[in-house]
Design a protein around this ligand. Structure first.
Ligand code: SAH
Ligand code: SF4
Length: 463
């Protein structure tokens, strides 16, 4: 979501003459877009801001702005801790940025703007036109809703992003169309709980929105995140079968395998319901990849609760997992819960869980060896690979892409199947999987899908 918001910031500041630059030394304006989901992310913000103090002393006209969730949460306190910061703007203040920066430029004042509004229309005006990039992207995030109404007891999001609000479907479709024109072939629709998209506003349902996005010519793939297990509907499960562009992968965060902990987390589903939904997904969408988020060491999590989480992992056999040590967040009720777990215990539990999951991730990857997978090529992988062929003096270029099930596959462009100068970024390539590692796969291209290879302006997607 922050990646998407940073792009909106880039767009909204363009008319004021600001352009992205990779060097802090030459920058006139530095904006730090922050995340408050865990304490560690927040600590990083302050250590980074601390490092900018010297630069500001050398360049007094430099403007330093702090946005995002830490800005929303801490407001004035950021200025107190970091007096070299000129601007603190909250999650709902992005649209006001040009005006705020103009004021700082002319008055050399400092400003804190953390006011929250419930109006979504204001964002629509920025999102319409895509960024004009020199190196166009193949995949893009598109936020379809903001905020959250679920109030899980550990979570800061409802407190810093405000109430759940959905964007208009027309505007989302318009934005995706615009992105496709710039070379984007895959979009990930973002919301804290996409299943409740449009409900409050009486707009399209989420599956209806997906069907509209599915109609967009030139778009190859659709993903979304996140679907809350309590609201995962039969209609959405059917969408995986009915919509050809919707990737066969769902991220379904379970957080814990213990009913006692799920209740204390206010997740509003239990282990049995979660497993029932997994069963439905697997019955209706064969081969669907399932990934999840898990928190270890939630206050009061006993060894037995943790074992239940491990058992759930064994039962489901997720394709992969993001696992986190529980972290107290200001305003989140769990920060006041008793029976906190020690840092060492959380660390040990996290390691045990990751080791277990590694086994399943590798196992799932190994199953793919020998099979053919269609990849959407995202670009060159960093590695240059020496040819196996003794006759060849070339270093082969290695491309990287993802399967529909979101697995990263690297492959070498071999002369036998695809001419070496062929630019594959943004193309669908049929790859035979040859090797499995724990976090990626290695393959060899079989052929380029001819039907998907005839796009106009092919050269403009050059890597
Ligand atoms: N809306 C999404 C989650 C967004 S936050 C959902 O409900 O699934 C992304 C992940 O961060 C969460 O799934 C959770 O696993 C983790 N997370 C959130 N708050 C946390 C906290 N206080 N400590 C540790 N992990 C946390
Ligand atoms: Fe946080 Fe729960 Fe909302 Fe996800 S659903 S953003 S975890 S409050």
């Amino acid at each position: 979501m922050n990646v998407y918001d940073s792009e909106q910031i880039e767009k909204i500041l363009a008319p004021s003459g600001y352009k992205m630059n990779s060097s802090f030394e030459v920058a006139d304006l530095i904006i730090v877009n922050t995340c408050a989901i865990r304490e560690k992310a927040e600590q990083k913000v302050f250590s980074f801001l601390g490092r900018l103090a010297g630069l500001k002393r050398r360049k007094p006209n430099l403007i330093i702005g702090v946005g995002g969730c830490v800005a929303q949460q801490e407001g004035d306190k950021i200025m107190e801790r970091m007096p070299h910061v000129d601007l603190v703007f909250g999650t709902h203040a992005i649209l006001r940025l040009p005006y705020l920066i103009e004021r700082i430029e002319s008055e050399r004042c400092s400003i804190v703007d953390v006011e929250m509004s419930e109006i979504i229309e204001e964002f629509e005006s920025i999102t319409e036109s895509p960024l004009d990039r020199i190196d166009p992207k193949v995949t893009s995030f598109v936020t379809i809703m903001r905020g959250c109404d679920n109030f899980c007891t550990y979570c800061v999001v409802p407190h810093v992003r405000g109430r759940e609000t959905s964007r208009f479907p027309e505007s989302i479709v318009g934005e995706v169309r615009g992105l496709v024109k710039t070379g984007v072939r895959e979009v990930t629709l973002l919301g804290q709980n996409v299943n409740s998209y449009g409900k409050k506003e009486n707009l399209n349902s989420f599956p209806q929105l997906l069907a509209r996005v599915n109609e967009i010519d030139g778009l190859f793939r659709i993903r979304f995140t996140t679907s809350h297990p309590k609201d995962l509907s039969d209609d959405l499960i059917s969408a995986f079968k009915d919509l050809d562009k919707l990737c066969n992968h769902i991220h379904l965060p379970v957080q814990s395998g213990s009913n006692r902990i799920l209740k204390r987390m206010n997740r509003k589903y239990n282990r049995e319901l979660y497993l029932e939904k997994i069963g439905k997904l697997r019955n209706n969408c064969p081969g669907i990849a399932i990934t999840s988020d898990i928190i270890v060491g939630f206050p009061g999590e006993t060894r037995a609760d943790f074992e239940e989480t491990l058992n759930l992992i064994k039962e489901v056999e997720f394709d992969s997992i993001f696992a986190f040590k529980y972290s107290d967040r200001p305003n989140a009720p769990a920060a006041r819960f008793a029976n906190k777990i020690t840092e060492q215990e959380k660390k040990d539990r996290l390691q045990t869980l990751l080791n277990l999951q590694e086994y399943f991730t590798t196992k799932k990857n190994r199953v793919l060896v020998g099979s053919n997978e269609l990849l959407l090529v995202e670009g060159l992988s960093k590695k240059k690979v020496d040819s196996d062929d003794a006759q060849s003096k070339y270093q082969y270029v290695q491309w990287t892409g993802r399967t529909e099930t979101n697995k990263v596959v690297n492959f070498i462009q071999s002369e036998a199947t695809i001419p070496r100068d062929r630019i594959l970024k943004g193309k669908i390539v049929n790859v035979k999987i040859e090797k499995a590692y724990s976090h990626s796969l290695l393959g060899k291209p079989a052929q380029v899908e001819p039907t998907l290879f005839t796009l106009k302006g092919e050269q403009s997607y050059a890597a």
